[in-house]
Ligand binder design. Structure first.
Ligand code: SF4
Length: 418
């Protein structure tokens, strides 16, 4: 079901500043630009827009560095100046993204802006309905509060919180079917939702209110809208504009490159970098030992984090006494899709999946060692520092190097102790 061609009318300037990507915000932005004589030169270099450019840089950095997206807290949009800064910072950030001509960066930024809007909408009792009607063809409030005033700084009174958490929404089945494949988690799968007469009811759960589910669905549509508009405007970037935006584009490209190289380092982990718990689990399974559920989930989530091919991960389980190709493939796919974080050392020890005892392995003995991913990072860093091919943390090395300084395992200042 397409996004409605005629969105509901919105007139509130605070709403436009808070969600500057809304299709209804375009006329307001143009009128603000006219009223305050903000043209392209002012936006790129003028003193009046310096604060907007600073805020735009924060938005862009958040889009690369923060998992949660662009930080919700911005300027005070209850003043005209605050609204100007917030709205034009979005436009400046979009210009930078367009000038990068990098579709991957644009997608990431759109995702971060949409994630921010989702967080705001969860609390924004006034705007949830009109914004839902902007992006969904069929959406209805079944039970609960009608819009009530939102208090400043996105805070909510207890009464508002109660009203918001008691709201129950339903969305059209066509909208839901189109959006839900983009969202992971069992609650978004069609067999698990309440479908009736072409509607999907978004039930309140203890930790996941109906309005938060609606905001989650909206995030996908908002992201698509922000991304599509930026890609369209990418074609309008002139050489002159690209040159003038070279500095912020370079800054954001560098951030992205650093982020990517961190991920590649982990993805490039060799088998010899794997921690003893992972190697033991693989070894046990291949020898037909029945590894417990916790150990199996740990192995699959480590394989997913290290970006090992799914088939390789399924292969780890081939020797298990209860191996079934179809069941294992399904379960492994589920772990890869849901991006589970591998368990830490504490839980692995409690569940009998940590094979080392004190003194067995120098890296595992380090006081900062609390997660197998730290083991991999430390081993990789140690290899880089020593230029050795074999990790010094192999137990044979440890035994033979007890008196050798150059074979000491990484210490917290040498190793990644995040
Ligand atoms: S201490 Fe941690 S990293 Fe080392 S084997 Fe045990 S669980 Fe794995």
């Amino acid at each position: 079901m397409p996004v409605p061609t005629t969105p509901p009318t919105l007139v509130d300037e605070v709403t436009f500043a808070r969600y500057p990507f809304l299709p209804q915000a375009g006329d307001w932005i143009r009128s603000m630009a006219q009223r305050h004589s903000i043209d392209l030169n002012e936006l790129l270099d003028g003193p009046w827009m310096e604060k907007a450019r600073q805020r735009a840089r924060i938005r862009l950095v958040d889009s690369i560095q923060s998992k949660e997206g662009v930080q919700v807290v911005g300027g005070d949009i209850h003043t005209e100046e605050g609204r100007l800064i917030e709205a034009f910072s979005f436009y400046y950030a979009r210009l930078v993204m367009c000038a990068s001509e990098d579709e991957r960066l644009i997608a990431r930024w759109a995702q971060a802006e949409a994630a921010r809007a989702e967080q705001l909408l969860i609390q924004d009792v006034d705007n949830l309905a009109p914004i839902a009607n902007t992006y969904l063809s069929e959406v209805e409030l079944l039970e609960g509060a009608q819009a009530v005033g939102m208090v400043a700084n996105h805070g909510m009174s207890m009464r508002q919180l109660r009203q918001q958490s008691s709201s129950v929404w339903r969305v059209g089945l066509s909208d839901f079917i189109e959006i839900c494949p983009k969202i992971t988690g069992h609650r978004w799968r069609l067999p698990n939702v309440d479908v009736e007469n072409g509607w999907v009811k978004l039930h309140n759960e203890r930790q996941y209110a109906s309005s938060a589910k609606l905001a989650r669905l909206l995030r996908e549509r908002m992201k698509a809208g922000i991304e599509a508009e930026a890609l369209e405007k990418m074609g309008e970037v002139t050489t002159d504009l690209a040159v003038r935006l070279a500095e912020p584009v370079g800054m954001i490209r560098n951030l992205m490159a650093n982020k990517t190289s961190e991920a590649i380092a982990l993805v490039g982990a060799e088998e010899s970098d794997w921690p003893p718990c992972m190697q033991k689990t693989i070894g046990d399974l291949s020898n037909g030992v029945n590894v417990n559920h916790f150990g199996r989930l740990f192995l699959a989530s480590m394989a997913a984090t290290l970006a090992l091919p799914q088939e390789s991960c399924v292969g780890f389980f081939r020797g298990a006494p209860d191996f079934s190709e179809s069941t294992t493939s399904y379960q492994v796919a589920h772990v890869y899709q849901n991006e589970y974080t591998p368990a830490g050392c504490g839980k692995l020890k409690v569940n009998h999946n940590c094979p080392v005892l004190p003194g067995d392995n120098r890296t595992c003995d380090q006081p900062w060692m609390d997660h197998p991913l730290k083991y991999i990072r430390a081993t990789q860093r140690w290899k880089r520092l020593t230029g050795r091919n074999e990790a010094s943390t192999k137990s044979e090395d440890v035994k033979s190097s007890e008196t050798s300084d150059d074979a000491q395992p990484p210490t917290p200042d040498k190793a990644d102790s995040e």
